[in-house]
Design a protein around this ligand. Structure first.
Ligand SMILES: NC(=O)c1ccc[n+]([C@@H]2O[C@H](COP(=O)([O-])OP(=O)(O)OC[C@H]3O[C@@H](n4cnc5c(N)ncnc54)[C@H](OP(=O)(O)O)[C@@H]3O)[C@@H](O)[C@H]2O)c1
Length: 297
């Protein structure tokens, strides 16, 4: 499995394992969570993507329980987590409505809770989860800088930011924002043409792609035409169609890091076969045009 250097101090595995659905699994025991982590490690997937809000503020603790049960896991993985969304659930059940909070006080409190829940004394990469229309960059930027300086967070980035959100926050801080985690897949192709990816490529910032299988929507009947092309390519290369869908992201020159979401340990290896799939230019466009439902002009 390739690794990607996002900053001089931080390298992540090219494929990342996402923990959004960890609480939806029928089995949330530390033993089963550890089995999923081990299934990832067996493929060279060492980076785990979490967020304070996942599972109504429970996902970090579910994941952390596995790290507490097997403390040696911590040194074998990199932990990405996010903050900034406040919804009436769990420790925020008293708030009146869902909102964003990128104040220094909220970011610091969220990081402390993440560290505690995941039983760790540092987070490898902290992301601001969503652009906050009420953000004061002169407060948020220095708060992120201070977290990096403290060593509680090794690096910082953002998620779902448009180029203007990214440059606004970056303009108020010393540390580099080292990634933007955005939705990219064969069922979410806008970033390839709307400037989001171009902005990151111009700055040599490797993006992370959330929901690389469209959160499972790839398998819906309306995507049958696309699935047919995926299945044919998969058959030619003796892999699963999911591996081809992820390989389509890996093939792009932007150095995309897809974040996989399966809860099924048996599927992790099949999807990770993406690393051995070859997608040439014509195949890339064949999949793209099947995805957008028309030829390029
Ligand atoms: N930054 C953000 O705003 C944001 C937003 C959303 C997600 N994320 C991150 O991205 C990660 C991945 O998102 P995701 O879970 O939506 O990713 P995904 O990999 O696109 O979708 C995973 C879903 O697809 C299903 N699936 C996989 N293979 C399948 C197959 N062969 N047949 C049928 N269903 C299949 C999985 O079911 P099984 O579990 O049964 O395999 C699971 O429900 C999250 O965990 C999170 O870390 C970030």
């Amino acid at each position: 499995m390739d690794r990607i250097q996002l900053s001089p101090d931080l390298e992540l595995s090219r494929l990342v394992y996402g923990l959004w659905r960890i609480g939806d699994d029928a089995d949330t025991s530390p033993k089963h969570v550890e089995a999923k982590i081990e299934a990832c490690l067996a493929q060279g997937i060492t980076t785990m993507d979490n967020a304070d809000i996942y599972g109504g503020y429970t996902a970090e603790a579910i994941f952390g329980a596995a790290l507490k049960a097997s403390p040696s896991l911590r040194d074998r993985i990199e932990i990405v987590t996010k903050c900034g969304i406040v919804a009436p659930a769990g420790r925020h059940s008293a708030v009146r409505g869902k909102h964003y909070d990128t104040s220094a006080g909220h970011i610091n409190a969220s990081v402390e809770a993440s560290l505690r829940d995941m039983a760790t004394d540092y987070i490898d990469l902290l992301l601001i989860h969503r652009p906050d229309p009420f953000m004061d960059p002169d407060e948020t930027g220095p708060a992120l800088d201070a977290l990096v300086a403290s060593g509680k967070v090794r690096a910082v980035g953002v998620s779902n930011f448009r180029p203007w959100d990214f440059s606004l926050l970056q303009s108020s801080m010393e540390a580099e924002l080292i990634t933007n985690q955005i939705e990219m897949s064969l069922v979410a192709t806008d970033s390839f043409t709307n400037g989001d990816l171009a902005y990151l490529q111009e700055r040599n910032i490797a993006p992370m792609a959330w929901s690389p299988l469209g959160g499972g929507s790839l398998f819906k009947p309306e995507n049958q035409r696309l699935m047919t092309v995926l299945e044919r390519t998969a058959g030619e290369q003796d892999v699963d169609a999911t591996a081809v869908a992820v390989a389509w992201l890996l093939a792009h020159p932007a150095r995309i890091l897809p974040v996989l979401g399966t809860n099924n340990p048996g599927r992790i290896g099949k999807i990770a076969d993406a690393a051995k799939v070859t997608i040439d230019r014509q195949t890339w466009f064949e999949l793209y045009t099947a995805a957008i439902g028309k030829q390029v002009p």
